[in-house]
Write a protein that binds this ligand. Structure first.
Ligand code: F6P
Length: 353
């Protein structure tokens, strides 16, 4: 064993020592990690385990469910319902949260996306799981309003990345820390303590096929990046899009950059693609705890008052100076100070604001 060998359990014991509440949270995070290990084993088997492909079913968002979406959901639900640490479980794959009652009830609520980036499963590209932890009410049944808390009230959040190696990245509000799965030992080992997102970056991530649906501030930002050295940015930019939020944000945590799934007019009933409660909020806390910013373009994601458990919102997160620049472009556009990208598509402000 190396002298600096810190397992996830040892880290959590040190980080969350003291109250019974803190010890319970450590135990819950160890439960999350154990579900992640099981999902990691299954994803690594790929076609050998018969887990590729879709089912006949759709989730509440109208998306076709993949076999691995359901297997991963079941893994988390079983872990949480038996662990004695949660009073309720909400998931992207379930229309309504599940209550955990009786002697299995615990002090927390968990919300998660069991398998993020599902379109990557069948092509053997990185996928992830995302989780968020809130406090449950003490002496009464859990109601929907208990889940619909602003992201700043999360007491822990994080993700697992099933890539060439499996990583578990988490925050309990004291920085963001990354652990790598040692498959032989079956332990997560601290490999990335106190991750810091560089404040500046020359890399952006966005699904450019949606360009015709974007709002002017995003068009402005991306076109300036693409114009590179000879234009206002004075330097060349690189673009990456993995189509798995976990993998894209992980790259940004490692080397900086900006991730955008902004507001667009593709489907006016949806003010964004990503889900607030189990995608944007947990990833937002992870990014903020690493010194980055998580914004809708018009405000801090973690301040939003949620209305629905499966609510979608615009997401712009990553390197501080780049996110601040895009927020400024939104302010200038909203104040009528930036006419340079007033595409006819966005003349009807009421439609898109
Ligand atoms: O549903 C979430 C998600 O899969 C994210 O992980 C990812 O960033 C995004 O959707 C990909 O969207 P698109 O298919 O439009 O590239």
């Amino acid at each position: 064993m190396r002298l600096d060998h810190t397992t996830l359990s040892k880290f959590l014991t040190q980080e969350l020592e003291g109250s019974a509440d803190a010890r319970n949270l450590a135990a819950l995070l160890i439960d999350v990690a154990s579900a992640v290990k099981a999902i990691s084993v299954t994803t690594a088997k790929g076609g050998l385990a018969g887990i590729l492909g879709s089912l006949e079913t759709e989730n509440i968002q109208g998306e076709v469910q993949k076999k691995l979406d359901i297997l991963s959901n079941t893994e988390f639900v079983n872990t949480f319902s038996l662990g004695g640490l949660v009073a309720g479980i909400a998931s992207e794959e379930m229309e309504n949260p599940i209550a955990v009652e009786g002697n299995k009830r615990g002090p927390f609520l968990t919300l998660f996306d069991p398998l993020d980036g599902s379109s990557n499963i069948d092509v053997n590209v990185s996928v992830g799981s995302i989780f968020s932890v809130l406090r449950a009410p003490k002496d009464r049944a859990v109601v929907m309003a208990d889940y619909l808390r602003p992201g700043r009230e999360q007491i822990a959040a994080g993700y697992a990345l099933y890539g060439p190696s499996t990583m578990f990245v988490l925050t309990v509000g004291k920085g963001t820390h990354g652990f790598t799965l040692d498959r032989e030992a079956g332990d997560f080992i601290l490999t990335h303590a106190n991750i810091q997102v560089p404040a500046d970056s020359s890399e952006f991530a966005i699904n450019a096929s949606n360009e015709r649906f974007w709002e002017p501030p995003v068009l402005r930002y991306v076109s300036e990046c693409k114009a590179g050295k000879t234009d206002v940015r004075g330097r060349d930019f690189n673009m990456r899009w993995i189509a798995s939020m976990v993998a894209d944000i992980h790259r940004i945590l490692m080397r900086g950059g900006i991730f955008m799934y902004p507001k667009d007019n593709k489907d006016p009933s949806r003010p964004g693609r990503l889900r607030l409660m189990y995608e944007a909020n947990p990833m937002g806390l992870v990014v903020e705890q690493a010194g980055g910013i998580a914004s809708t373009g018009r405000g801090r994601i973690l301040e939003l008052a949620p209305e629905l458990i499966h609510q979608r919102i615009p997401v712009i997160m990553g390197s501080r100076n780049e996110v601040e620049r895009i927020e400024r472009y939104h302010q200038e556009f909203d104040a009528g100070k930036d006419k340079s990208y007033s595409s006819p598509l966005f003349k009807e402000r009421s439609l898109f604001q």
